[in-house]
Design a protein around this ligand. Structure first.
Ligand code: SAM
Length: 311
């Protein structure tokens, strides 16, 4: 497979590396391998092993040179990070998740993630299941509106869903620019210059890939894999993701009672096997945002399994 023109620039790389502080003999999971930016940095920092997981078979296929270079120290697995517990055996010293899509996925028009260039309305990271075209062409209008509101935080969601439903009666959607054009007829252009279809595309991508369900399961699986002193480092890119990461880590660290599992008892002590590494999330500095605008909304949160916690 030929390499894409531009590889993904890893976001908050130094901060993630500092959080994991790789050590000789350690085992680390990179649950969102992408172009391998984190994995390579970890492998270069210590004589350790990295298990790289990506749900996109193309990301794994592109890593054949890295695989040759690092040999047995790099294990690559085409899977979802929600499946981490099944595909990784034994406990590990660190887990990194860098959420969302890679530049290679966005820049390849045929993957359908972008409305900058025309391409098939696909958006599937794994190439499996319903495409974005299936979603906009078949779901009931009300369901479509809910998805666009919930996952895109689009206040014109009902208008967007109505415009999609009206248009698909005549002709189903097949391309990204076609959909973006229809959305732009009902969503006013924002002052900040953000394209009117941005939030609708985000919503469809999250829905098609069940990104928030994946995140919930991946966080639980990642925390469960950690050895004592092991760390889970998660980089998120929008408030829906960060809200889930923050709530999960606070609950694990005993900052808020575990909701919904059982009737909470007042002042009940919590099993505090974990602690938060930082009170506030770490953000990119001005220089990183200047060099890589995609990093501007990134937030890193880190959970540590306490040294004294049982395996
Ligand atoms: C932001 S990129 C990661 C970039 C990587 N850190 C690097 O430095 O090259 C996100 C990657 O995670 C993958 N991904 C997203 N959700 C996933 C999931 N639930 N399970 C496994 N991989 C996932 C995507 O296919 C994409 O390749």
């Amino acid at each position: 497979m030929s390499a894409p023109d531009k590889l993904h620039i890893p976001v908050l790389l130094n901060e993630v590396l500092a959080a994991l502080s790789p050590k000789d003999g350690g085992v680390y999971v990179d649950g969102t391998f992408g172009a391998g930016g984190y994995a390579v940095a970890i492998l270069e920092a210590a004589n350790c092993k990295v298990i790289g997981i990506d749900r996109d078979p193309k990301a794994i296929a592109l890593a054949s040179d890295l695989q040759k270079k690092y040999g047995e120290r790099l294990v690559l697995i085409n899977a979802r990070f929600s499946q981490m517990a099944e595909v990784v055996s034994g406990k590990v010293d660190g887990v990194a998740l860098d959420l969302g899509v890679s530049s290679m996925q966005i820049d390849n028009a045929e993957r359908g993630f972008s409305f900058q260039k025309d391409g098939a309305l696909d958006m599937r990271m794994s190439g499996e299941g319903m495409t974005a075209a299936d979603v906009v062409n078949t779901l009931p209008e009300a369901e479509l509106a809910d998805i666009i509101y919930k996952y895109g935080q689009e206040r014109f969601s009902r208008k967007v869903a109505a415009a999609i439903a009206a248009r698909r009666k005549d002709m189903p959607f097949t391309s990204t620019l076609d959909l973006a054009g229809v959305v732009a007829t009902v969503v006013p252009r924002a002052k900040d210059g953000i394209h009117p279809a941005t939030r609708t595309f985000q919503a469809l991508r999250i829905y098609v890939n069940d990104e928030l369900g994946e995140l919930q399961k991946g966080l639980a699986a990642g925390a469960a894999l950690l050895k004592p002193s092991g760390r889970l480092a998660v980089v998120s890119f929008h408030s829906l993701e960060d809200g889930i990461v923050k709530a999960f880590m606070q609950e694990k660290a005993g900052k808020v009672p575990a909701a919904s599992r059982y009737m909470p008892v007042k002042n009940e002590p919590l099993a505090q096997d974990f602690r938060l590494l930082n009170k506030k999330p770490l953000l990119p500095g001005d220089e990183e945002v200047r060099l890589n605008p995609r990093s501007r909304s990134a937030k890193l949160r880190v959970l540590e399994k306490k040294e004294e916690a049982s395996e």
